[in-house]
Design a protein around this ligand. Structure first.
Ligand SMILES: [Zn+2]
Length: 531
C-alpha cells in the first residue's frame, strides 16, 4: 500500500498540540481527529544522525554504528576526525531493503543517504552542501531528469553555511526574519520535488525530512512553547512568532497535499527523530573533568564568555586536551559523552567513580544537574559498540554539554535555548489505522517494522523493534498480520567500507573532499552539534 514517511526533524507535541489547537495546522489536526498518534522514544542519544539512522535501519545504534555527526580516533601517531556518511552505516536501510523486494522508493533530504546507494527509485540526500547535491543523488542524472521542476535548485536545497552559521547561539535580532524566510523557501523547494515525483513517478514508499523544524526550534523555542512565549509580544517578537507560524502552516499545507496525493488507499506517517524542549543552563563537562584532575588542558584555555558549546574550529577543541595525560574527556557537545582511557585493570573502578561524582554535581540552586549517567554497554550493544563513548550523560534540562573551559562548571543561560528531548512524535492516518486514538509510548525502532508492514513486506528477523499493532484496528490487523522474514544472510551486513567489501556506491568516486568536510563541520558547529 502506498506509504509516505513525512519526517519533521525534532517535532514535539509540546508545540504541535498548540499549533493544532490554534488552527495553524488543520491537516495535522486531521491526524489527531481521524488518525492515531503516540509519543516516540528516540535512540539512546536523541541526536539527528543516531536517531534517523536507527529509524531507517530498524537496528539499534550498536548495530548500525552511527553515534554522532562525526567520529574521532586518537593515538600517539595523531588524532583523526571523520564526518559520518552512508558508508559508516553498518546496517541495511529500509530504502535498500524495500528496493530489494522490488518496490519503488523516493527518499528526499534524509540523513545518511550520501554518497548515494543504488535503490529502485530516487534519492536526494539531506545535510549535504548544494554543490554536492547533484552528484550525491540517485540516479546520477536525477537533476537532469527533473529539469524545470519547481524547487529544483541545489543552492536552495543544499545546506547554506553562511545562513546556518547565523543561528549560532543567539542570532542578531535583525537577521531572524530573513533566516526564517529562508527555511520557508527551502522546505517549499523540497516539497516541490516530492509532489512532482509523487505525481509523475509514484513510489510505493516516499520519505522526506523537513529539517527546518529542528533549526527553527533551536533558535526560537521560547517563542513557540506556550510555557515561554511572551503574552504581550513586542513588534519584533510578533513578527518572529508570525513567521514561525507561517513556517508550520506551510508544512501543514504540504501534509494536506500529501494526503491528497496518497489518496484514501494509502497511509501517511508523520514522524520525528527526537523531540524538543528548553535548555536553561550549560554544563561545562571538560571544565568539571579538569577540576577532578582527570583532564589536562594543553596550556591555558580561554573561558567561554558566549554560552557556547564549542569553539569555531573542531580540531581546536580536541587539540585543547592533552590526551596523553588525560583519563577522561569529551570531544563534542552532541555526543553528551565521556571517553575514558585507563590501564585495563583500573577501568571499572575508575568509571564507577566518574559516574558517582557526575551524579553529585550541583547547580547554582543546589539541584542535581546530571540526572542520568549510562555506561556504553548499558545503552548500546552490538558489533559497533566501540564507536560509542564510555559514558553518556543526561542533564536535567536535556541540554548538550559544552566542551569548553569556563569560569564555573554550571552556568545559567541568559535566555532559554531549544534543545533535544528524548520523546518525539509518531502519527499515522490511512487504511486500517485507528481513528482519533492516542496510544502509549513507542520506540523509534518500531517505525521501520510499521512502514514495511504498511508496504505489505516481511519484517527482517534481525530488526530490533516490533510492529506496533496498536496503531491498527484489531479487525484490520487480523486480516493483515505482520510477517517476519527469515534471517538475512551476512551478505547485507558486510556491505560496508570498513571491511573493504562495500557495494559500489554511485558517488563513490566523488567522496567529500577535505574542503567539503570542513564546510559540513562548520555547519554542525554553527548548530551547536559539535565541538
Ligand atoms: Zn534531529
Amino acid at each position: 500500500m502506498k506509504t509516505v514517511l513525512f519526517g519533521l526533524d525534532g517535532a514535539t507535541y509540546t508545540i504541535l498540540d498548540e499549533l493544532v489547537a490554534r488552527g495553524v495546522m488543520p491537516n495535522l489536526g486531521k491526524f489527531y481527529a481521524e488518525g492515531v498518534r503516540a509519543p516516540l522514544q528516540s535512540s539512546p542519544l536523541p541526536l539527528t544522525p543516531q536517531a534517523w539512522t536507527t529509524l531507517a535501519t530498524g537496528r539499534s545504534p550498536g548495530n548500525h554504528g552511527i553515534a554522532d555527526w562525526a567520529q574521532f580516533r586518537w593515538s600517539a601517531q595523531g588524532n583523526y576526525g571523520h564526518i559520518n556518511d552512508s558508508r559508516d552505516n553498518h546496517a541495511e536501510t529500509m530504502w535498500r531493503y524495500v528496493s530489494r523486494q522490488g518496490r519503488r522508493v523516493t527518499v528526499l533530504n534524509y540523513y545518511g543517504t550520501a554518497p548515494a546507494q543504488e535503490i529502485r527509485g530516487h534519492s536526494i540526500p539531506g545535510f549535504t552542501s548544494g554543490r554536492h547535491l547533484r552528484r550525491s543523488s540517485y540516479p546520477r542524472d536525477l537533476f537532469a531528469q527533473l529539469e524545470g521542476v519547481e524547487g529544483l535548485d541545489a543552492k536552495v536545497l543544499g545546506l547554506d553555511l553562511e545562513i546556518e552559521r547565523q543561528v549560532l547561539q543567539e542570532m542578531a535580532p535583525e537577521l531572524w526574519a530573513d533566516w526564517l524566510r529562508h527555511h520557508i523557501a527551502r522546505d517549499r523547494a523540497w516539497f516541490g520535488i516530492l509532489a512532482h515525483l509523487m505525481k509523475t513517478e509514484p513510489s510505493d514508499l516516499s520519505a522526506i525530512v523537513f529539517d527546518g523544524v529542528d533549526k527553527l526550534q533551536h533558535l526560537a523555542y521560547r517563542y513557540l512553547d506556550p510555557a515561554y512565549a511572551p503574552k504581550q509580544p513586542t513588534p519584533w517578537e510578533a513578527e518572529v512568532i508570525g513567521l514561525c507560524h507561517e513556517y508550520f502552516a506551510q508544512i501543514d499545507s504540504f501534509l494536506g497535499r500529501t494526503l491528497d496525493l496518497v489518496g484514501p488507499w494509502g497511509r501517511v506517517f508523520v514522524v520525528s527523530d527526537h523531540g524538543f524542549t528548553a535548555s536553561h543552563e550549560i554544563f561545562y563537562i571538560n571544565r568539571w573533568l579538569a577540576e577532578q584532575g582527570w583532564l589536562v588542558w594543553k596550556g591555558q584555555q580561554q573561558e567561554d564568555q558566549e554560552e557556547a558549546c564549542a569553539t569555531l574550529k573542531p580540531e581546536n577543541d580536541v587539540n585543547a586536551i592533552d590526551l596523553e595525560r588525560s583519563k577522561a574527556f569529551a570531544f563534542t557537545p552532541s555526543a553528551n559523552g565521556i571517553w575514558i582511557q585507563t590501564a585495563p585493570g583500573e577501568y571499572d573502578g575508575f568509571r564507577r567513580e566518574v559516574m558517582r561524582r557526575l551524579l553529585e554535581i550541583q547547580g547554582p540552586d543546589g539541584g542535581q544537574v546530571v540526572t542520568h549517567v549510562r555506561t556504553r554497554e548499558e545503552i548500546f550493544s552490538g558489533p559497533q559498540i566501540e564507536k560509542f563513548p564510555d559514558l553518556t550523560v543526561e542533564l536535567r534540562d536535556f541540554g548538550f554539554v559544552s566542551v569548553l573551559n569556563s569560569s564555573a562548571v554550571v552556568r545559567p543561560r541568559s535566555a532559554p535555548f531549544g534543545t533535544h528531548h528524548p520523546h518525539g512524535v509518531l502519527l499515522g492516518k490511512g487504511m486500517g489505522l485507528r481513528a482519533g486514538m492516542k496510544v502509549d509510548l513507542l520506540n523509534i525502532l518500531d517505525v521501520a517494522p510499521l512502514v514495511l508492514h504498511s508496504l505489505g513486506l516481511e519484517i527482517p528477523a534481525e530488526y530490533d523493534g516490533r510492529m506496533p499493532g496498536e496503531f491498527y484496528d484489531a479487525g484490520y490487523l487480523a486480516s493483515d498480520p505482520p510477517r517476519v522474514a527469515t534471517p538475512v544472510s551476512a551478505a547485507i551486513v558486510s556491505d560496508t567500507h570498513e571491511n573493504g567489501s562495500q557495494e559500489e556506491s554511485t558517488a563513490g568516486d566523488e567522496e567529500m573532499d577535505a574542503e567539503d568536510e570542513a564546510i559540513l563541520m562548520e555547519r554542525l558547529k554553527s548548530l551547536g552539534y559539535i565541538e
